[in-house]
Design a protein. Sequence first.
Length: 387
Amino acid sequence: MMPQFNPARSHAKALVPDPCYAYPVNNFRRIGQLRRRMTKAGLPGLLVTHLPDVRYLCGFTGSSAALAVTRRTVRLFTDGRYAAQAACEVQAAQVEIVSNSPAVAAVEWLGAQHGVEFAGFDPAWTTVAELARWKAALPSRLRRSFLSALAGPLVEPLRQVKDEDELAVMAEAALVGCKLFDHILGFIRPGIEETEVAAELEHRARLLGAEGMSFETIVASGVRSALPHGRATSTPLPRKGFLTLDFGIIHKGYCSDMTRTVYLGKPRAKEREAYEAVLEAQEAGVEAVRPGASCGEVDEAARGVLRRAGLGEAFFHSTGHGVGLEIHEPPRIGAGQTTRLLAGMVVTIEPGIYLAGQFGIRIEDMVAVTRTGGQVLTPAPKALIEL
């Protein structure tokens, strides 16, 4: 049973970098879990090329790598630029430095292993051109049947359920995001450009120790707040209107994600009512997060509130998504999604409404699924803030 996550372990102080990019984890346990999945699938060999999967399994954070896994051996292939880094970071795998493509080298190695009659690969992360190159590197007798596309991902399901150390790292990242929001409230004023707000957020994030931003910062003001992905432009902030801020940081490879919408000036009754409806929907979605709940049920908890408020058609995206080593991971919190939440998953709850030519509102929290419900990792204020 997964340990109960204790958010008290985390804090919002500046983050402290590690000597290696990766942080210590039990990669041997993760490899063991993967091998059990391989055995169940009848798979003697596996090629892993998606870099977040590689990092999850062995700790390597470089930009050029492939991992070859058999029932007895794990080998990481990378190039000479990462020799020192791999020696520092990699656990549970032998490291081989190659001068050609790491993936090609991994395929060649797998093809030469005794007892590996065929090897799986994830077609979701493989182009037609890459597959052709891999096959060309094999002996002619293996080209037709050695590489086998997986029916479903093997590593991704492992990544969905975070252990206690991963949850602590993500909570640290999320709380720094809250600190950024508190800082930016004192920076915002009418007339400055959206890009200035984004730049201030990103600069402050770096000063607090962030490795980078999880995604391109969204700063959308006035009528532009009706754009769900309204990235920052040179548009000046209005004297009166909504301002949506959607941002996150990367800490030890893990992403954070939060959205808050504030108001410049004094909102009209219609605007205030719309904000209260979105807030009610968001809190209903958070309340619905618990082990065993389907993603569709969580989506409906939020969506139903907006439907009853007459705003259902203005909410046209999913309620949320998983977060981890990537900013968008399974599960998807959307209509009709049957995936059941498990303790250790981290999801976003982010309903919003978008009225073209008028305004938009979105509120988003990261929520960790615990054994008894959901733990909000982004406890920044959500009541409407008027600046």
